[in-house]
Design a protein around this ligand. Structure first.
Ligand code: AMP
Ligand code: MG
Length: 418
C-alpha cells in the first residue's frame, strides 16, 4: 500500500475477532516466583507439584473406638483386655498381644499388631474388660497408609489455578512454598488536558477522569498488579514522561486512555513510536471502541505491550472487557477466558446496523421459559456511563446486520447474572 505506515502491521478497521486474535497471539506468562502457600490463593502454579509425603503416613483410625486383632474375634461376643490408649498425635508404643485391645480415637495411628477398629457404639466397657457386641470385617475403619496419596505422586500440575481444594492438597503434600506465575505489571495512564481526578476542583471546561478506575478494576480482577500513574497532559513531553516512568517501574503492559485516534492532535501513537513500539492495529471495526491501538516493543530485555484505549468512558471499558482482560490473564498464566457471547431473544424491534460491529448496552430479563430477553437502551452514546452501569448486557449487532423483529435471536455478552 503506497504511503502505508510501516509501524502498523494491520491497517484500517480490523474486525473484532481478528483484533482479539492478534492481541492474544504469542503471549507467554511474564515470569514466575516462589511465594508462601498462605498467599497463593487463586494464583497459578508454575511447576508440577509432587507429594513430599505419603498421606496418611501410617494406618490411621477413622473412628473413635477400639483397635483390635481381627483374628481375636470369636462368636457373638468377644471379650478383650484393654491395655492402653492412643489418640491423634500420640502413638501407642507398646505391643498388643492376643486377646488384648487399645482404646483408639480418630486420627490415631493403629498399633502395628492391630488391624481392625470396633466403633465404641458396638462395645460394652467394664473396667479393663471390653466386650465386643458386634463383629466387624478385617480392616474396618482403618485408613491404610497412602489411602489419599503416595510420596512422589504428581497431584497438581503447572497451570492449575490454586482454588481452596488444591491449596489444602498442596499443604497436605508438605509444600509451604510454591512456584506461581508472576502477576503482570500494568501501568495505567489517563490522558487529557480536560481531566481532573475525582474530588479535585474542576475548572471551567474540565471533567472528572473516570476511565482508569474501571480499567484498573478489570486489570486487577484479571490478575494484574496495577500501577496507576494518574493523568498526563496532552503534550508529547508529559506523555513521554509517564511512559518512561511506566517502563522504569517494570510495566509488562501499558494502558492509556484518550488520544488514541490517529489524527493530528492525538499523541499516543507518536509517543509510543518514540519508544520503539510497533502496532498490530490502530482501529477496530466495532462500536464502542473503534480507536484502540495495540502494540509491542522489546525494552529492557522484555516484551512490553501497549493498549491505547479510546477516551470515551464506555469505549474504554468495553475494550478492556473484551481485549485487555484476556491478555492480562494469559500474561499471568491463567486461561484467557475471553468473553463468551450467549444466545438471547430481542425484546423489541431493531434498526439495521452499519459497517461497524455494534455492542449495544441493553437491559435483559428472563422470559417464561428461562430464555434471556434483551432490549438496547434508546441512547447508545459512548460517553454514557450511567447507562453502561445500568446495562445487564452488550447486544452484539453484526456488521451490516439487517433490521430485526421482536422474538429474533441475537448474541449478547452478559455483564451480570440476571
Ligand atoms: P479522546 O479519546 O482523548 O479524544 O477523548 C474522547 C472523550 O473522552 C472526550 O470527551 C474526553 O473528554 C473523554 N475522556 C478522555 N479520557 C477520559 C477519562 N479518563 N475519563 C473520562 N472521560 C475521558
Ligand atoms: Mg483526549
Amino acid at each position: 500500500m503506497a504511503g502505508a505506515d510501516p509501524n502498523i502491521l494491520h491497517h484500517g478497521l480490523v474486525p473484532a475477532p481478528k483484533a482479539l486474535q492478534l492481541v492474544l497471539e504469542d503471549v507467554e506468562p511474564v515470569g514466575s516466583e516462589r511465594i508462601d502457600l498462605a498467599s497463593a490463593s487463586n494464583r497459578v502454579l508454575a511447576e508440577d507439584l509432587k507429594a513430599k509425603r505419603t498421606q496418611p503416613p501410617f494406618p490411621a483410625s477413622a473412628m473413635d473406638g477400639y483397635a483390635i486383632r481381627h483374628s481375636d474375634l470369636i462368636g457373638n461376643e468377644t471379650v478383650l483386655n484393654l491395655i492402653g490408649e492412643t489418640a491423634a498425635g500420640h502413638p501407642f508404643d507398646g505391643s498388643v498381644g492376643k486377646g488384648e485391645c487399645i482404646r483408639i480415637f480418630t486420627g490415631a495411628p493403629v498399633p502395628d499388631d492391630c488391624d481392625t477398629i470396633i466403633i465404641q457404639e458396638n462395645v460394652r466397657a467394664d473396667g479393663d474388660l471390653i466386650t465386643i457386641l458386634e463383629t466387624a470385617d478385617l480392616g474396618k475403619f482403618v485408613r491404610q497408609a497412602g489411602l489419599d496419596f503416595q510420596q512422589g505422586q504428581t497431584l497438581l500440575t503447572r497451570g492449575t489455578v490454586l482454588d481452596p481444594q488444591s491449596l489444602s492438597l498442596a499443604a497436605s503434600m508438605n509444600h509451604p512454598v510454591v512456584e506461581v506465575y508472576q502477576k503482570p505489571k500494568i501501568a495505567i495512564i489517563a490522558t487529557g488536558d480536560e481531566l481532573v481526578l475525582p474530588g479535585q476542583a474542576a475548572k471551567s471546561g474540565q471533567i472528572i477522569a473516570s476511565n482508569t478506575f474501571g480499567v484498573a478494576a478489570i486489570a486487577a480482577d484479571a490478575g494484574a498488579e496495577v500501577d496507576n500513574l494518574g493523568i498526563a497532559l496532552d503534550t508529547i513531553e508529559a506523555l513521554q514522561q509517564k511512559i518512561s516512568q511506566a517502563l522504569e517501574n517494570g510495566a509488562d503492559l501499558i494502558v492509556t486512555s484518550g488520544g488514541a485516534s490517529v489524527g493530528d492532535h492525538d499523541l499516543v501513537k507518536p509517543v509510543m513510536e518514540s519508544f520503539g513500539f510497533v502496532f498490530s492495529f490502530v482501529k477496530i471495526a466495532m462500536r464502542p471502541g473503534k480507536p484502540v491501538i495495540f502494540g509491542k516493543a522489546e525494552i529492557g530485555g522484555k516484551t512490553r505491550r501497549f493498549f491505547g484505549l479510546a477516551g470515551n468512558p464506555v469505549s474504554s471499558l468495553v475494550s478492556s472487557h473484551i481485549y485487555l482482560r484476556p491478555l492480562i490473564r494469559l500474561l499471568g498464566g491463567y486461561p484467557a477466558q475471553t468473553v463468551q457471547p450467549v444466545t438471547a431473544i430481542f425484546d423489541c424491534d431493531l434498526l439495521a446496523n452499519d459497517e461497524r460491529e455494534d455492542y449495544m448496552r441493553g437491559i435483559a430479563r428472563r422470559g417464561k421459559n428461562g430464555e434471556i430477553l434483551v432490549a438496547p437502551f434508546p441512547k447508545q452514546d459512548s460517553s454514557m456511563l450511567a447507562t453502561l452501569a445500568k446495562a445487564d448486557c452488550l447486544i452484539i449487532r453484526a456488521i451490516k446486520a439487517p433490521s430485526a423483529k421482536v422474538g429474533e435471536a441475537t448474541q449478547v455478552i452478559m455483564l451480570r447474572d440476571i
